[in-house]
Design a binder for this molecule. Structure first.
Ligand SMILES: Cc1ncc(COP(=O)(O)O)c(C=O)c1O
Length: 450
């Protein structure tokens, strides 16, 4: 018996004892290779001395000061470092608003978009559009934007109204002609055009923002859209004066081999949402980065953003974020991810022999493997089997942590796992990761296909 409210009260969780590099040890002495950086968070691996030192130093100076009264040096410097990474056309006059987690950041981005239009005097703009099969967080605003049916279901009657369009999910492209993942440019354009139809249906004068993950994470297993998708989305947003919010909570700051996921498509959003890897799990930290043109509406009006959290821009979290960004730069970790991508994906190809994987996708160190019963028809395994959970359990038995997900085809069916190791993982450790994963997959496939 325990007083701890576990995520699942029917499940036993190991008690974590320590962690260093890519390995986590529990109190029974079992060691796990962290093949998914927790939940795509621990980008630097565990126990990095420089980050711990920066946290201690900040604690010794000042642990907490409220943002209605003070700003910390760490917060000021970190904001500058983040803005430096943003693309031209965004960074001039851009500003960063800090908070503790990705859901808070999405809430903030939605409220910022609304406030932007209030400052401009366009009070009627209240509608936010997002996509099915997306994840934006678990608070009410963020969950209303989220398009994962199973996560929405228990709370559906309480969620604020929100409009959803389709995601550009290449493996199961709606055109239905391509046997493998579809790379037809026209399909991506057609899917992007659904956004225009939705804007017209809502009345363009009422729409304030469209929020999307550049590469969908937890709810679609690293699904990369076609090249033409986001450029078209940008055109549509511009046509109707709608803000484009890039939810980069998972993709931001190097995970996909570029500073931001949107960089792959040469698209400049209006607002960028960051979280997870920002402080690499050393502290809870997230941020909303507003492009100069968004900030200007606030500056030209009252200057007030009617919003805030007690722990906004917590000095210790900002110090951890600053040390993280400096560590990434000093050790060229974004380049490391970019250079390591082909090896990671080459090794994954071997897993296709297990007969239960239909698609391997992703960018950089963010990889998704989708399970299918039949590779030709792409028929998924029955949802009751919970294959992604089974694989995660078997991997854990082999001493490997991976990130399972399900329900992305229709809210019930569709299973994937994500492989997303720390940027600091060595080539040998990548070899070990795939050996362990292969063992787990072979055990599961024997169980299911025999
Ligand atoms: C793209 C995206 N947005 C938002 C969130 C929510 O972040 P948090 O769990 O820190 O609230 C997540 C978390 O997985 C995410 O992947």
């Amino acid at each position: 018996m325990s007083a701890f409210f576990f995520r699942n009260l029917k499940k036993n969780y190991p008690v974590v004892a320590s962690a260093t590099g890519v390995r986590i040890t529990d109190t029974d002495g079992r060691v796990y290779l962290d093949g998914c950086s927790g939940a795509v968070v621990a980008n630097l691996g565990h126990g990095v001395g420089e980050i711990n030192d920066a946290i201690k130093e900040q604690l010794e100076q000042v642990a907490f000061a409220h943002t209605t009264q003070f700003v910390s040096k760490a917060g000021l410097t970190l904001a500058e470092k983040i803005v430096e990474l943003t693309p031209p056309g965004f960074r001039e006059g851009a500003r960063v608003y800090f908070m503790s987690g990705g859901s808070e950041a999405v809430e903030t981005a939605l409220k910022m978009a609304r406030s932007y239009f209030v400052h401009l005097g366009e009070n009627q703009r209240t509608v936010c559009l997002s996509r099915w099969q997306s994840y934006h967080g678990s608070t009410f605003g963020a969950l209303s934007a989220t398009g994962h049916l199973a996560r929405r279901k228990p709370y559906e009657p309480m969620l604020p109204a929100h409009f959803h369009v389709c995601a550009d999910y290449r493996y199961r492209c709606k055109c239905g002609f391509a046997p493998g993942p579809c790379s037809n440019i026209e399909c991506s354009i057609a899917i992007a055009d659904e956004l225009e139809s939705a804007i017209l249906a809502a009345g363009p004068e009422n729409v304030m923002a469209f929020i999307a993950e550049p590469i969908v994470g937890a709810t679609l297993g690293a699904a990369v859209p076609g090249r033409s998708y986001f450029p078209r989305v940008r055109e549509i947003c511009d046509k109707y004066g709608v803000l484009l919010i890039a939810d980069e909570v998972m993709t931001g700051l190097g995970r996909t081999g570029t500073a931001f996921g949107m960089d792959h498509f040469n698209v400049v959003p209006d607002i960028i949402v960051l979280g997870k890897g920002m402080a690499a799990g050393y502290q809870p930290l997230a941020a909303v980065v507003a492009a100069g043109r968004v900030v200007k509406a606030f500056e030209d009006s009252s200057g007030i953003f009617e919003h805030g959290f007690t722990y906004s821009a917590h000095p210790v979290a900002c110090a951890a974020g600053l040390a993280t960004i400096e560590y990434v730069r000093k050790h060229n970790l974004i380049e490391r991810v970019r250079a390591g991508e082909s090896d990671l994906f080459k090794r994954a190809e071997e897993l296709l022999n297990t007969g239960i994987i239909g698609d391997i996708r992703g960018k950089g160190f963010m990889m998704g493997l989708e399970f299918v019963k039949d590779r030709k028809t792409k028929e998924p395994f029955s949802a009751e089997i919970r294959i992604s959970q089974l694989v995660a359990q078997e991997a854990m038995k082999s001493g490997l942590l991976i990130y399972p997900g399900s329900g992305f085809i229709d809210g019930v069916n569709g299973d994937h796992i994500m492989v997303a190791p720390p940027f600091t993982i060595t080539d040998n450790e990548i070899g070990e990761l795939f050996e362990k994963l292969k063992e787990a997959l072979i055990r599961v496939s024997k169980q299911l296909l025999s």
